[in-house]
Design a protein around this ligand. Structure first.
Ligand SMILES: C[S@@+](CC[C@H](N)C(=O)[O-])C[C@H]1O[C@@H](n2cnc3c(N)ncnc32)[C@H](O)[C@@H]1O
Length: 280
């Protein structure tokens, strides 16, 4: 870890790196994904650890709270690592991402898996929930047998590392769209980074020094908006207690691709929650 004073010497480098990031978030994400050449443990995607250690930590909560008979929607799916993992436990898993390059990559990494599908959609835009429900019901083979009504969808929703990259207004818009998707039986499971500290603390936590910045971290700084943090307070603001019931919440660690030791992911303090819409 860099000493407090030395850390500030990183500021010019960070400012220089992030100066070129597109201001429009959708454009930034799509350009980021267009540049990605490799994913997984040896890859260049910061949050794609290549292992399932973190995910196995969620398995008990998913089993306890999510109806395994309903499909699951992985919002902000990126290259689809988690969509494929979810597809092992749900009849169908649908990954949705704002970036068409992410969706292209997710599709190509999922060849041969019959119960996953992907679509491109900004999930903060008005009516995104209904549009996704219509697309899902309209595409044969992507949903399990039984009634799936586009006007009253019932799906589980999974999110990892998405809310903390959105601003407050977009978090609220996304939560409203999710509400249109879960119905009575669907549940939401979210896991987000909740790092307490400023951008300098964050990058030095992930191995940035005055001499070097790990490549996956550098490409995120270079191309993407600086992430925030998402914990219980932010969850309450986006998913207010008047509309949502918290089934479980707590602390977790979000694992990144290995950055220092090639066999060990870095850990970012995080927050997880399982939610359902309050009825009546
Ligand atoms: C930090 S990555 C996490 C990816 C994936 N959930 C994972 O954990 O591997 C955030 C993802 O959210 C997507 N994203 C950002 N804003 C979005 C939006 N408004 N609607 C849908 N996806 C979005 C990005 O393109 C990116 O793939």
């Amino acid at each position: 870890m860099l000493s407090a004073l030395k850390k500030y010497l990183l500021v010019p480098r960070l400012v220089w790196l992030s100066a070129g990031a597109p201001k429009e978030r959708g454009v930034a994400w799509d350009r980021y994904w267009a540049r990605v050449k490799a994913t997984g443990a040896q890859g260049e995607v910061l949050w794609d650890s290549g292992g399932d250690h973190e995910l196995l930590g969620y398995a008990g909560s998913l089993k306890q709270h999510l109806d395994p008979g309903l499909p699951v929607l992985d919002i902000g799916c990126g290259n689809g690592t988690l969509t494929r993992w979810l597809a092992r436990n749900f009849p169908a898993a649908v990954g949705v991402d704002i970036s068409s390059h992410a969706v292209e990559r997710a599709r190509s990494e999922s060849t041969g898996i019959t119960n996953v599908s992907f679509l491109t959609m900004d999930m903060t835009r008005p009516r995104a929930g209904s549009i996704v429900a219509e697309a899902y019901v309209a595409s044969p083979g992507t949903h399990p047998p039984g009634p799936q009504d586009a006007d009253r969808p019932e799906v589980n929703v999974f999110l990892r590392g998405v809310l903390h990259v959105l601003d407050e207004a977009d978090q609220a818009a996304l939560a409203r769209n999710i509400k249109d998707l879960v119905g009575i039986r669907g549940r939401v499971f979210l896991a987000e980074t909740d790092f307490q500290g400023n951008a300098l603390d964050y990058v030095s936590h992930l191995g940035a020094t005055l001499r070097s910045i790990p490549a996956p971290l550098e490409s995120a700084i270079r191309g993407l908006p600086m992430p925030g943090h998402f914990g219980a307070a932010e969850r309450r603001r986006a998913f207010p207690d008047s509309e949502w019931e918290v089934l479980e919440e707590g602390a977790t660690f979000i694992e990144t691709v290995p950055l220092r030791d090639p066999s060990t992911p870095e850990l970012i303090p995080g927050y997880y929650a399982a939610l359902r819409v309050k009825q009546g």
